[in-house]
Design a protein around this ligand. Structure first.
Ligand code: ADP
Length: 202
C-alpha cells in the first residue's frame, strides 16, 4: 500500500469487485474517465476472445454462456497482454479480476492500491440483470445467472475480508444512483490518498 503524501504522481491501481449487475463496468468507465487511466475488463476480454472461431474461442463461449469461471491461466494471460498494450503508467482500473482467492494471490494479478466492493442485495441483482437481458447471452439464461451469483458469494465476496485485512477495501452501496456511487468511490479513494483530492475533470 502507498503511504506517500505525493499522491498526484502515484499510479492509481484499483480493482472493482461486486455481484453481476452491481455496475462494475459502468463505474470502471466513470473512474477511468475521471482519472485518465485505462480499464481492463476481464468480461470484455473474454467475450472478445470467445468470438474467435477456434477451439479456445468455442470452449470459452461455452463457459461464459454457462456462467462458469474461466481458468486463471487464460484470464491472467489476457490481463497481462492488455496491460502491456495499454498506457497504464498512471494506473488502471481492473474490472472482473481478481475474482477468486487464487487470482488474488497470483503474482500475475497486477498490484493494487485499493479494492472497491460494490455491494448489492441479491434481489436487486436479479432485477437489474433481467433488465439488461438483451445485450448478453449469459444474462438471458436463468441457470447461468444463478451460477454467477453463487460463484460470486462463494468465491469472490470472501476477497473482501482479505483486502480489508490489508487495509485496501472500500465498500460502497451500489443500490444508489450511478453518479452517487461514483462520487462515494472517488471520495473514499481520496480519503485514502489513492487519488488526488481534486481529480482532473475530463
Ligand atoms: P458479471 O460480473 O456480470 O458476471 P463479467 O463481464 O465481469 O460479468 O464476467 C462475465 C463472465 O466472464 C463471468 O461469468 C465468467 O464466466 C467470466 N470471467 C470474468 N472474469 C473472470 C475471472 N477473473 N476469472 C474467471 N472467469 C472470469
Amino acid at each position: 500500500m502507498s503511504g506517500d503524501a505525493n499522491v498526484g504522481s502515484n499510479p492509481v491501481r484499483v480493482a472493482l469487485i461486486g455481484p453481476p449487475g452491481a455496475g462494475k463496468g459502468t463505474q470502471a468507465a466513470a473512474l477511468a474517465r475521471l482519472l485518465g487511466i485505462p480499464v481492463i475488463s476481464t468480461g470484455e476480454l473474454l467475450r472478445r476472445r470467445a468470438g474467435v472461431d477456434d477451439d479456445t474461442g468455442r470452449a470459452l463461449a461455452g463457459a461464459l454462456g454457462r456462467g462458469e469461471l474461466v481458468a486463471d491461466d487464460m484470464v491472467l494471460g489476457l490481463v497481462q497482454e492488455a496491460l502491456a498494450s495499454s498506457s497504464a503508467k498512471a494506473g488502471y482500473i481492473l474490472d472482473g479480476v481478481p475474482r477468486t482467492a487464487s487470482q488474488a494471490l497470483d503474482p500475475r494479478t497486477p498490484p493494487l492500491d485499493a479494492v472497491v466492493h460494490l455491494s448489492l442485495p441479491d434481489g436487486v441483482t436479479r432485477a437489474r440483470i433481467a433488465r439488461r437481458h438483451a445485450q448478453r447471452s449469459d444474462d438471458a439464461d436463468r441457470t447461468a445467472i444463478e451460477n454467477r451469483m453463487r460463484i460470486y458469494h462463494e468465491l469472490t465476496e470472501p476477497l473482501c475480508d482479505l483486502y480489508r485485512s490489508r487495509g485496501l477495501l472500500v465498500s460502497v452501496d451500489a443500490t444508489r444512483r450511478v453518479d452517487e456511487v461514483t462520487q462515494s468511490i472517488m471520495r473514499a479513494l481520496a480519503d485514502r490518498n489513492v487519488v488526488p483530492v481534486a481529480p482532473p475533470t475530463a
